[in-house]
Each structure stands twice: as C-alpha cells, then as structure tokens.
Design a binder for this molecule. Structure first.
Ligand code: GLC
Length: 442
C-alpha cells in the first residue's frame, strides 16, 4: 500500500514538473524573448530544390502546376556548388540583422540536412551531397547572430502524411491511428534530430493549419524543444503553443495588440528563387516597412531565396547592403528600442529608448521645413539628426499658461541634412515621456 502511494506521489510530481515545463509562464517567456525583442531584424532564407526550376516552393506540385515526378526531378539539379556560408553570414551581419531563419525542411519534405529518418534529403538525394545547415549556423554563431530553423509540419512527400495534392488526401487521421502515429513519430523524430544537431535558438514552424494541436501533439512538440533548450523561442505556428505571432506579407495598419510579433516578407513576390520574378521591392520600400514594423513594436523577417548553386541573387545582396548602410547610420533609433508613441502625435513612425527619455522621429523622403509634434508634455533638452549629429532648432507654439494642454512643437529641419532613405531625429527629453492625449482646450 505504502509503496503504491509513494509511486503515485512520484508519478504526480513528474507529471506536474512535465507540465510546468511546457506551461507558458509570462515571466519566463518575457525573459527569453528579450533578445528577440531587441533584435528587430531577421533574415529568412528559403533554400530548396524549387530553386532549380524557379517555381513555387512545394505549392507548385501540391497545386498541380507541375507533376510530383517533375517537381522531384529538381533533386538532380540542386548542386550548391558555389555555396559559401561565410559570405552568407557576412552579408547578414552587414545588413544589421541579428538572427537568421533557414528552411530545414519545407512542405515538399526535402530535408536540407542529413536526416536519419528518411532518404529524402539534399545529402542523400541531390548532387550537393551535403548538409547546408551546420556550416551556416557555425558561421552565424561566430558573428553572434542567432540561429533559427524553419520546419514544416506538413510533409506532402511522406507516405504516412494524409495530405498530398490539392483536393485529395491519402487517408483521414481519424480512420487510421497507427498510420498517423507513424508520421507523428517521424516528424517529432526529425525535430529531436534538428535540436540535437543544430540546437536552434529559434524554431519557425509552418503549416500547422492542416491539423489541430491535439493531432500534432503541439504541447509535446513544445516540450521536446524546451527540454533540449529551455531558452529556445518558438514562433506562433504551432496551433497555440508558440511564443509570438507571425503576420505574413501583409502589413498591419493599426498597432498589433501582441507583446511580440514578426512580419515575414519577401524581397520580390516569392519566398524561393524564381528567375522570372523581377518585382523587387526597392531598398527604400524595405527600409520604410522595417521602420514601420519596429515603430509598432514588431520585427521584420526579410526573406531571400538563394539559387540552386548556393549563390544569392545580386538584387537581394544589394537590398541587404543598402539596408545595412542605413542601419549602420541610424541603428541607434532601431535596435534595443521599444515601440514609439501612439499614432496621432507625429505624422510618421517613432520609437523610444527603453527608459523613454529619448524619442526618435522618422522622416520620409526629402521633407524639409517645420515638422509638428503634438501633445508632448515634456521639455526637449536637445534635438539632433541621427548619424550626423546636426543640431536642430525647435519652437513651442500655442502654449496657454493656465491650460494642461501642451503647446505644439515645431522642429526646423533644414535642407541638406536628409538621409538618402529615411532621416531620423533624436529628441532628448527632460524626463520619461509624458503624453497629453485629450481633446484639446474645451
Ligand atoms: C506560407 C507558405 C510557405 C512559406 C511561408 C513563409 O506559410 O506555405 O510556402 O514558406 O509562408 O512564411
């Protein structure tokens, strides 16, 4: 009897501890999210066999634009013959990004590393014959850049995965438990493998929409990851078991209500390399989207799609370099800052230092003349242009001595001090920022 009681007690303790580990405790999460929140910029890399023909990653066969057999023929053309992870990591460093996320396996099921769970990998099934993740992560880590692993839960190639081509499925999970269990063991095995081999700082899941949290065993997946590395960050595509939200391609207009979010976005219109797609976003467009994300409390995960030989298209190199030059000059207003003041005070994005005694204003285009700031209930100690240090004058207009409404601040921005893309003004305040958000004098 006593023995049974002791055993039950031990079992309960283990269960509780197990749950405690997966429970999303806000304080622990906030601490582990700190580097992510400060990082602001990540580079997303969609590397895969789809770059051989230059067609949609995985979706092209799923949507029947190409037969599965023809899609898989691309395996023969994936060479990585000019793959230079040192150059990749250098370029990412130069862009100012503080983390990178690379596809370890997309929905097509082709592992970009040496998986022991399957034959379908670039190591076993392509002329590249190499794991591309480890050398890349090594180079990133040398430069203090955090390493993220994109992993698709969906695996349309696996014979035990229910989904395959659009409008059809191999079987229904509810009808064949054993088969679904086999797939679950397989994908969870790959997750363990990736954890062991590369120990990612961040996991970027994708494709969770095809099954429920119960079916994926999301809680268990989270536990597998955190047991190996309690500091690992998990994106939001795990049916409710992730740490942050990932709006895709479309920019939010009002400020998203989340603690942590990351906009993932392509540099042209596609995630992977597609030679016909020349619809590149300009450096100015990328920088303004980046600034807007940061001003609204988010990160930008900017995607590049390398070619099958491992080279990065020149347009993407150019975008990363221009972004990097801008960050080098203006980064103090971006990295380690927090979201700016609410919309309505200034006609443009803003950020704040963590102690909120410095306000940064982002000025688009070739704007010069007087810029207005409303509702600032602080004294401004000093205004300068970030990167050049040029001092600017300001005046306070319409302050009524007996009214609690602050006067309007007009900053004089002369011609000739503008940045090529976006100019940043730094306002040093007398104390932490205080805003007046009322209706004005009544
Ligand atoms: C979508 C697509 C996928 C792409 C991903 C990146 O979920 O399914 O092809 O890799 O977005 O965010």
């Amino acid at each position: 009897m006593m023995k049974r009681l002791i055993l039950t007690f031990i079992f309960c303790v283990i269960t509780v501890l197990g749950h405690a580990q997966t429970k999303i405790d806000p304080k622990t999460i906030a601490a582990k999210m700190q580097w992510f929140q400060d990082a602001k910029l990540g580079i997303f890399i969609h590397a895969g066999i789809y770059s051989v023909n230059g067609i949609d990653e995985s979706w092209s066969f799923h949507n029947k634009k190409i037969s599965y057999a023809d899609y898989m023929k691309q395996l023969n053309g994936f060479t990585l013959k000019h793959y230079d992870p040192t150059f990749w990591a250098e370029l990412i460093k130069e862009s100012g990004a503080r983390y990178a996320v690379i596809t370890t396996k997309h929905h097509d099921g082709v592992a970009m590393y040496d998986t022991k769970k399957d034959k379908l990998s670039i190591v076993k099934a392509t002329p590249a014959k190499m794991d591309m993740i480890k050398p890349f992560f090594d180079e990133l880590r040398k430069r203090d850049i955090k390493c993220g692993a994109y992993f698709s839960l969906i695996d349309w190639s696996h014979p035990d995965y229910p989904g395959f081509l659009k409008d059809s499925s191999r079987y229904n999970v509810k009808d064949d438990d054993a088969r679904w269990n086999r797939f679950r063991d397989f994908f969870q095995g790959q997750i363990k493998e990736i954890g062991e081999k590369f120990n990612p700082d961040l996991w970027w899941f994708d494709g969770d929409w095809e099954h429920s949290a119960e079916e994926w065993e999301s809680e268990k997946v989270r536990r597998i990851i955190l047991t190996k590395n309690p500091a690992a960050i998990i994106n939001g595509r795990l049916q409710g078991y992730g740490d942050y939200t990932t709006p895709e391609q479309n920019f939010p207009v009002s400020r998203p209500p989340y603690n942590w979010w990351e906009l993932c976005m392509t540099t042209n219109d596609n995630w992977g390399y597609q030679q016909h797609d020349q619809n590149w976003k300009t450096p100015y467009e990328i920088i303004s989207i980046f600034v807007d994300a940061v001003a609204n409390g988010g990160n930008l995960l900017l995607d590049i799609g390398p070619k099958e030989d491992g080279t990065i298209p020149p347009e993407e190199i150019n975008i990363l370099k221009e972004l990097g030059a801008w960050n080098k000059k203006n980064g103090e207003a971006i990295f380690n800052t927090v979201a700016g003041i609410p919309q309505g005070h200034f006609y443009g994005p803003t950020t704040l230092s963590k102690d909120s005694t410095t306000l940064y204003l982002f000025v688009h285009g070739k704007t010069s003349g007087q810029l207005m700031l409303k509702g600032l209930d602080n004294k401004i100690k000093d205004i300068s242009v970030v990167g050049t240090g040029t001092k600017l004058n300001h005046k306070v207009v319409g302050k009524i001595s007996w009214s609690p409404v602050p006067g309007l601040v007009y900053i004089n921005l002369p011609e000739g001090v503008q940045d090529k893309y976006i100019t940043v003004l730094k306002l040093k305040l007398d104390k932490p920022i205080k805003l007046y958000r009322g209706q004005g004098g009544l």
